[in-house]
Design a protein around this ligand. Structure first.
Ligand SMILES: [Zn+2]
Ligand SMILES: [Zn+2]
Length: 479
């Protein structure tokens, strides 16, 4: 009997091999259709956007508990690190996994940044502690990704699973020439799933105090009121520039070109943006901040709008446009919202969909001492308690999205990133200061006393522009 075991083992190995080949063949056969899944050589790497990894909280420990266990097991306490190496960890470093204090932390890589913890035996990079508290898994096979630091001081997470469908698919879809080239230059090909982790500085998120130059709406040829009409039709009612020009002619007997409509909107946006971005909003301090993404087209290409709002007071706090739906975009959008709080509420909770980018962003801010909770409302039905509790907030922001789509519809996309941004600023100004909400008893979300007594919308727009001008003037004096 004992002699059969090695044979059996060999047989199992052999069968395994065959299964793997078969798997390759099947994947090749049936999953080959999607062009985006082809292996990507070096040349095209930067153009490719991978699926997001699965992000999970890593199991954390309490070093006091671990030290106690050590004492029980060995009959003596664990000694702090004996510092003989000339490389010392940055002073004050604490283990992100178990909280062990500095005396248990040692240099693990000859001064190249990686540290180790003697208590929980984990290794970590102190400047990326927020990532150390997470486990990233391959979206294609679910296996934990391996973390490496590449030459540019970035983290790259790679799936090294040889049976990962993503890898198998890439491997089997190579042409004969590619395969030959791959043998010689394997580094040129990206066959394994990998995910690059963003590396951004908190300071880089601060906006430059952008002061528009040489926009003077007071010198436009038409009477001011025309400008108010243009903004009302173009923004409030979502008419295209051509429709706006046409309605001005048909109803008001005012002749201006669609290009003039576009110019007016563009100038107005540049004046209004600093005002609405720096307005001292009074945001709710309860759990009510909620975010969602929608998309727009610029020159035919898809871009993402990250809306974040105070869903109770209906105030938009972020409305930025990003090319990617990734961690960096989420961080920037959240930053724009956080900067609108005069003081961050103690237990600030942000509600998002199930996208892992928000968890990455949360950990990024925690690393910089900015703490808030993230709750994720997942799917369309309430399968979990969190989704049940917060879905109503999600529904409010979905309504904002619908309002936005209604206004955006007439635009048929934008022809530049700048135009798109200008439109977003005007939309946010309209939504926060001019649009009456039935849920707010037909009041506007942010009521400015100067606008309250003005009866018609074009005049309200003009007043809002005037206030924005005054704000800019003050800003210019102070700079
Ligand atoms: Zn530790
Ligand atoms: Zn994988």
């Amino acid at each position: 009997m004992i002699y059969i075991v090695p044979h059996l083992l060999n047989l199992i190995k052999f069968l395994n091999k065959i299964l793997f080949k078969l798997q390759c063949f099947l994947v090749d056969r049936y999953m080959h259709n999607s062009p985006s899944d082809n292996p990507v050589s070096e040349k095209y790497r930067t153009l490719r956007v991978d699926a997001m990894p699965i992000v999970e909280q890593r199991q954390l420990y309490d070093y006091r508990h671990l030290l106690n266990e050590y004492l029980k097991k060995h009959g003596k306490p664990l000694k702090p690190v004996n510092r003989r190496s000339k490389f010392l960890p940055p002073s004050g470093t604490v283990c992100p996994i178990c909280g062990a204090p500095y005396e248990y932390i040692y240099d693990n890589a000859g001064g190249r940044g990686q540290l180790g913890c003697k208590v929980c035996k984990s290794t970590f990079y102190p400047d990326k502690a927020y990532l150390e508290k997470l486990t990233l898994k391959c979206p294609h096979c679910g296996k934990p990704l391996q973390k490496k630091r590449d030459r540019k001081q970035f983290f790259v997470y790679t799936c090294v699973n040889k049976r990962c469908p993503f890898y198998v698919r890439n491997l089997t879809s190579m042409s004969r020439d590619e395969k030959a080239d791959f043998e010689k230059n394997p580094y040129k090909y990206k066959l394994h799933y990998y995910y690059r982790v963003f590396d951004i500085e908190l300071d880089s998120l601060k906006d430059d105090p952008h002061i528009p130059s040489a926009v003077d709406l007071s010198r436009i040829r038409n009477p001011q009121y025309v400008l108010g009409l243009v903004l009302t039709y173009h923004i409030n009612y979502g008419l295209s520039t051509r429709q706006t020009a046409s309605i001005l002619w048909d109803i008001h007997n005012i002749k201006i070109s669609h290009q003039t409509v576009a110019n007016y909107a563009s100038s107005a946006a540049r004046v209004i943006k600093p005002y609405i971005d720096n307005y001292p909003y009074e945001l709710s301090d309860s759990v009510s901040v909620c975010g969602d993404e929608t998309y727009i087209k610029i020159l035919g290409k898809k871009y993402y709008v990250f809306f974040i709002m105070d869903a109770v007071k209906k105030i938009i706090t972020s409305y930025s446009i990003f090319l990617n739906r990734d961690g960096v975009s989420a961080i920037k959008a959240i930053y724009s919202t956080l900067s609108k709080f005069r003081k961050l509420p103690e237990n600030l909770t942000l509600i998002f969909d199930g996208n892992p980018i928000y968890v990455l962003a949360q950990h990024f801010f925690a690393q910089h001492g900015i703490h808030f909770d993230v709750k994720q409302v997942i799917g369309l039905t309430n399968k979990d308690e969190v989704s049940k509790e917060y879905r109503w907030l999600k529904q409010i922001i979905e309504r904002l999205n619908r309002t936005f789509k209604g206004v955006y519809k007439g635009k048929n996309g934008f022809n530049s990133f700048e135009r798109a941004n200008e439109f977003m600023a005007l939309f946010a100004a309209f939504f926060n200061f001019l649009r009456r909400h039935s849920a707010l008893g037909y009041n506007v979300p942010v009521s400015i006393p100067e606008l309250d007594n003005i009866p018609d919308m074009p005049s309200k727009w003009l007043k809002l522009l005037r206030l924005s001008y005054d704000y800019l003037e003050k800003l210019q004096v102070s700079v």
